[in-house]
Design a protein around this ligand. Sequence first.
Ligand SMILES: [Zn+2]
Length: 314
Amino acid sequence: MTLAPWHAEDWQRLLARRAQDRLPHALLLCGPAGLGKRAFADAIVAALLCERAGEREDGLACGHCRACALLKAGSHPDAVRVTLELRDDGGGTDQRRRTEITVDQIRTLGERLALTPQFGGMQIALIDPADAMNASAANALLKTLEEPTPATLIALIADRPARLPATIRSRCQRIDFRLPPRAQALGWLNAQGVETKTADTALDVAAGNPGVAMELARSDGLKLHAEVDADLRALRGGQSSASQIAMRWSKSEPERRLWFAAMQLQDCARALTAPAELPKLAAGFDRINRAREQLRGPLRTELVILDALSALAA
Ligand SMILES: [Zn+2]
């Protein structure tokens, strides 16, 4: 297990708190997707449960003691993960996940944390995505946070922490993951095997987010992005019609294409010199994002895209 270079400071701070026996009861790990919040959370869980903790200079888990082996197998009794469950009405291959973490899940977690740890160490819970807890689940969690059991740590992971009630946020120690400096992101992408030129382009498209850039570089994301770019230019220049483009986009990866279109509008807004244009770009951005949501609904994909593109062209 390794951590990204932009995690180093927060990691050292946590290690220092552990050394002083001053670990918080609850952590809130937040920031945009693509910055490795989950890898960081997994590293915390592993390091706190490892039986040879403190052996390594970097403070990471040893990776081969009994606790590490159980954790890897997903069967460590003192590690709990609360996440979106599969809906029981699904069945077959078409099972879908719930969109909310429910109060029952949080109550079960509270009961479990009230028990003594089986290995005599800590009990650690990850709630991920914590911003998907519904109101009653959040209320139940608040009770658990208000009366913390000793030797427990609850880590909440949230892409959109503002969705969590302030009462919960105020009871957590917050770690904000932010975009790393460009040179650091480039170095990391290189170390993952992405060559510099591709890494550079991918970071531009991903607005500096290394995880998103990596995903773009490893998939056909950059090619798709270039196609969307050309399509939107042709739409604006009148060489292509919205319906021609909608037909093409609906046939392959419509969601990703719309996402690229939204990103492009955001880039335009950043580079804007005439502020009068800003409301128009913002409206276009919202329109595209609404279309992305509509793709999950009953409307025909092609019509959803056509509608959004027609609004952009106008
Ligand atoms: Zn270990």
